[in-house]
Ligand binder design. Structure first.
Ligand SMILES: [Fe+2]
Length: 149
């Protein structure tokens, strides 16, 4: 496979991973229980709403690169680098999941960044660096929320 093919393949894998993450976030929003209900119910909604925008941007970037974005859940489950969550009621476990999922997403984005840098694909590069920076910042917040060092 040439580098361009490798790039769009990885972008599809990122798209699939965000789709599974999106659904995991919706489930967190629905199932949260406990004293942090109001805070986390809203935070989860903010995160899945943002994720929905990222998903559309990624699919349209793949089209811009003259390839075809995956759209079947069957394919998403096959190529996603994160799995569907079991039901999570606990706030701490929810935030732990988000922290870990975001770290996985950052790793994938860094892989894509390297390929797009080699291809002089500045558009994909800037998209990846924006996504990486955004999640690095919120990971700091989730770590602070969990009161972890
Ligand atoms: Fe809702």
């Amino acid at each position: 496979m040439d580098s361009q093919g490798k790039l769009t393949d990885k972008l599809n894998s990122l798209l699939a991973t965000y789709q599974i993450h999106y659904q995991n976030l919706r489930a967190l929003h629905w199932n949260i229980k406990g004293a942090n209900f109001f805070e986390l119910h809203l935070k989860y909604e903010e995160l899945y709403s943002r994720t929905q925008i990222i998903i559309d941007d990624l699919a349209e970037r793949i089209l811009t690169l003259e390839s075809i974005p995956l759209h079947k859940f069957q394919d998403y489950l096959t190529v996603s680098t994160i799995e569907e969550n079991a039901t999570i009621f606990n706030g701490n476990s929810g935030i732990e999941y988000i922290l870990s999922a975001q770290k996985t997403l950052i790793l994938l984005e860094k892989e894509i960044f390297k390929i797009s840098a080699d291809l002089d694909d500045d558009g994909t590069n800037s998209m990846m660096s924006d996504l990486i920076r955004e999640k690095e910042k919120t990971n700091w917040m989730f770590t602070a929320w969990l009161n972890k060092k």
